[in-house]
Design a protein around this ligand. Sequence first.
Ligand code: MG
Length: 255
Amino acid sequence: MLKSNSMKTYQLAFLLLTIAVIPSVAQVQNRESLDPKVTEVWEPKAKKVNPGALPGDVPSDAVVLFNGKDLSEWTSLDGIPAKWEVKDGSFTVVKGAGDIKTKKVFGDMQLHIEWRTPAIVESEGQGRGNSGIFLQERYELQVLDSYESQTYRNGQAGAIYKQHSPLVNATRKPGEWQTYDVIYTTPRFSESGDAIIPAYITVLHNGIVIQNHVEIRGPTEFKGLPVYVAHGKASIKLQDHGNPVSYRNIWLREL
Ligand code: MG
């Protein structure tokens, strides 16, 4: 009786394995007879986006977050107008004016932003050209003068602050303009507020990949480990860390 049962179990397992394996084997063997049109996708057509005539042009579907003239797209965190200095097509942190953030809120995005640390080097490490781009007001992509400067690696330019070090140091000299191109997906939260899918980020610094689809572990913390707290769409926030860091040519495509 026992032997008969184990034989049935064996037969059943063999049958299930056969069902699982045979179709894929058959498909491989018959691939030449398949119609390639079956796996083609034609509709709906991809939406057309004009990339502009030259590299660096703003794509036609981008939200422009700085027009080169004023901070109309930005506000101080307390809601009063942003008090950073606008000059010569860029704007600069005014020490003590506080962080600023976009009036519009965003989720998944492609972000282009250009930044420049002061040409005159006055300090070292975290005190040298420090600012930061906080995605969704929470997750800091570090802005820092990391050109031949010493600091902790997961706090240098291009770090997801205290979470992920940049793969390489692609920093230009102080006083030179630099670019970040960011691809970011917002975390997804359950109804009870758990982060069921974390945020992910890819960053190119001056065209070089420095963060390759890394998992953001929670909001940026100066001390201790991050813990996610549920949120919806949110602003881009720029940090006043007391250094006159400048920004220009900021645009964003919602994904
Ligand atoms: Mg910073």
